[in-house]
Design a protein around this ligand. Structure first.
Ligand code: PEP
Ligand code: MN
Length: 632
């Protein structure tokens, strides 16, 4: 039952109401709403909704229409993010869990762990208790296997995901494991579900071999009803009449689950297909379908694996898959981060000389693309601060009031954001990272407002440019420029005028409770913005494979050519070159150059020296990770 409380209800009244409901045997959850204060109640003994609607402080009571309650979106509209150490599942960064089917021996397990971590896995999988179809097949190493997994965590920093097959293993799970997996065969083992619920650690709940989505969610409900709401669902294929693949991967489950529940969902393409060569295509499709991550079997010698060798990827296949996911993720508004685990500690480690607080500053308001870029780069847990201009971002980072800043520098449709190029020249800060975000624009207005009744459209000028073709079809609209897209949405919301709309990205509709009047209005869907991360003293982990420079050359024939010759001679790929006017010297230019190399590496230092000699002005902006490759 969902109880919408009266406006102006006091905290004391709410507490009294909660006490009453609890005394009647209900579990009570406060649901954070922007507009309304809402309580969700779940329990075995329900009265008529009219009883609850008449309780003091309650405006109305709405029954939850589904048989599952705690897992339903009705009770918990916002997506849940599950934390496993430094890893967040269901947030802006995709999680990939990888490892062998079973833990076989210390050396093999450790070898696999090192290789999957190197290529971007953030959690390690491996069974110590294997539920096998045949009693004669390898059953797992038991506690010995769990000890090996603990060593893996110790050495690689990867959290451990392993299966629990009986409530009698609860103590072992408490001792050794980060995420408790409930296997497909045990999805409806209700005693086991209650037991994992009580353990209180995150649970990976696989879909049963022939379970409907509703049965699967009811199993999740068991775990939540024990007070553990850290459940990650895992689609791993269901049994159909098709025998070519081991199971039939039901990818439809991903969007269906997203709609029905707030819990995150990942996909296991290994058990779904059972065939190595089918794993990567289905993994890519899963991410495209909107999954929050993947769990994949990888083995250094699959032909010798004691279980599921034929579906285990070779390390090189896993590496290639991760690169593909890196390319696909931004299209669906997510990110694969090869330095995920290393970055997770940035904000908590002692930070040397730096006095700056562990904060990331961006320009704009929550819900803006810059805000999203921060969370995709640093994770959903990072302390953020927003500012009112790009200059303020630079000033706050320069004065060490924030350790990092995130600013957009170029867009694939409209080109460079010149203000930030000029600020990079003016301030003495370093570029320490970069990130590409897909920019999908929607027309947002008041619910049910007709598009042909619109008169005024608010947005950022860049967004107007990126939606030029759509706007040209509506020449009567008055375009009003705002500081950023999220501010534009708030203005329209506050104006409460159905003749006004805003152009902004996905998620902005939820932030402000607005409706999407028209989706995807950018001129070309291949619309990406590149952001850079700036800092004064901080560095970021991970290999540096890109460098940025600014320089000017003397006003004589061949001067620029000579500098470019240096890059050619040393086989350095230039990925971008752009000229910007020098403010005090009309018709003279600075060149902004991005190189595909770490120019600060010891063996390349002489190149920097040569460049300094051939240029009039030279400024090194930083070496950083372009991300497309995992650790070498
Ligand atoms: C496993 O993950 O190794 C496993 C046994 O999976 P499932 O329960 O999905 O068959
Ligand atoms: Mn397996």
């Amino acid at each position: 039952m969902i109880l919408v409380l009266e406006k102006g209800v006091t905290q004391q009244q709410v507490e009294r109401l909660k006490d009453l409901l609890r005394s009647e045997g209900h579990m009570v959850k406060e649901i954070g709403g922007v507009e309304e204060q809402v309580l969700g109640i779940v329990g075995k003994m329900y009265r008529e909704s009219s009883y609850y609607g008449a309780l003091p402080g309650v405006e109305r009571a709405v029954p939850i229409s589904k048989p599952y309650k705690l897992v339903s979106r009705e009770l918990h509209p916002a997506a849940s993010i599950i934390k496993v150490g430094d890893v967040t599942i269901g947030g802006d960064r995709l999680v990939v869990i990888a490892g062998p089917c079973g833990v076989e021996d210390r050396k093999t397990t450790m070898d696999i762990a090192r290789v999957v971590r190197k290529h971007g896995a953030v959690l390690f999988r491996g069974g110590a208790f294997k539920p096998r179809t045949s009693p004669y097949a390898f059953q797992g190493l038991g506690e010995e296997g769990l000890k090996i997994l603990s060593e893996v965590r110790q050495e690689t920093g990867l959290g451990i995901v392993t299966e629990m097959t009986s409530p009698s293993q609860a103590d072992l799970m408490m001792k050794y494991v980060d995420v408790v997996q409930v296997g497909a065969r045990n999805m409806q083992n209700f005693e086991l579900l209650k037991s994992v619920g009580r353990i209180g650690k995150p649970v990976l709940l696989k879909r049963g071999l022939s379970a409907t989505i509703e049965e699967w969610l009811m199993s999740a409900e068991y775990i939540l009803s024990e007070g553990n709401d850290q459940v990650i669902l895992c689609e791993r294929g269901i049994r159909t009449f098709e025998r070519y693949t081991r199971n039939t991967l039901d990818l439809t489950a991903v969007p269906v689950i997203k709609k029905l529940t707030h819990l995150p969902i990942i996909v296991d393409p290994s058990h779904a297909t059972g065939i190595r060569e089918k794993v990567s295509p289905m993994a890519r499709a899963s991410i495209a379908a909107g999954a929050d991550g993947l769990i994949i079997e990888v083995h250094t010698q699959p032909e010798k694996a004691l279980s599921d060798g034929p579906q285990s990827l070779y390390p090189e296949q896993f590496e290639q898959l991760m690169r593909d996911l890196y390319a696909i993720a931004p299209v669906v508004g997510k990110q694969v981060d090869f330095a995920y685990l290393d970055k997770a500690t940035i904000m908590t480690r002692p930070r040397g000389e730096s006095k700056a607080p562990a904060t990331v500053v961006y320009s704009g308001v929550p819900g803006s693309f810059s805000h999203k870029a921060c969370m995709q780069f640093f994770g959903n847990e990072v302390p953020l601060r927003n500012s009112s201009s790009f200059r303020e971002v630079f000033t706050l980072v320069d004065s060490e009031q924030a350790a990092f800043g995130v600013v957009p520098v170029e867009n694939s449709l409209t080109g460079s954001i010149h203000e930030n190029y000029d600020l990079l020249l003016e301030y003495d800060l370093k570029i320490v990272g970069e990130l590409t975000l897909r920019i999908k624009h929607n027309l947002l207005g008041h619910p049910n407002a007709p598009i042909d009744g619109l008169e005024k459209i608010y947005s950022h000028p860049q967004a107007f440019q990126q939606c030029r073709e759509y706007l040209e079809k509506n020449p009567g609209w008055d375009l009003v420029a705002c500081k950023d897209t999220a501010t534009a949405v708030l203005r329209v919301k506050d104006g409460a005028d159905p003749k006004e709309a805003a152009i902004a990205g996905e998620g902005a509709d939820q932030v402000a409770g607005m409706a999407i009047l028209k989706e995807g209005i950018e001129t070309n869907p291949r619309n990406f913005t590149r952001f850079v991360v700036i800092s004064r003293n901080e560095s970021l982990p991970g290999p540096q494979n890109k460098s940025s420079l600014i320089y000017s050359v003397s006003d004589k024939p061949g001067a620029l050519f000579e500098t470019l010759g240096i890059f050619s001679r040393y086989d350095i790929n230039i990925v971008k070159i752009e000229s910007r006017p020098i403010h005090s010297r009309p018709w003279e230019y600075m060149f902004y150059v991005d190189l595909e190399t770490d120019i600060t590496e010891e063996s390349r230092k002489h190149i920097l020296a040569e460049l300094t000699e051939k240029t009039e002005f030279f400024k090194f902006l930083g070496s950083y990770n372009k991300g497309a490759r995992a650790n070498p």
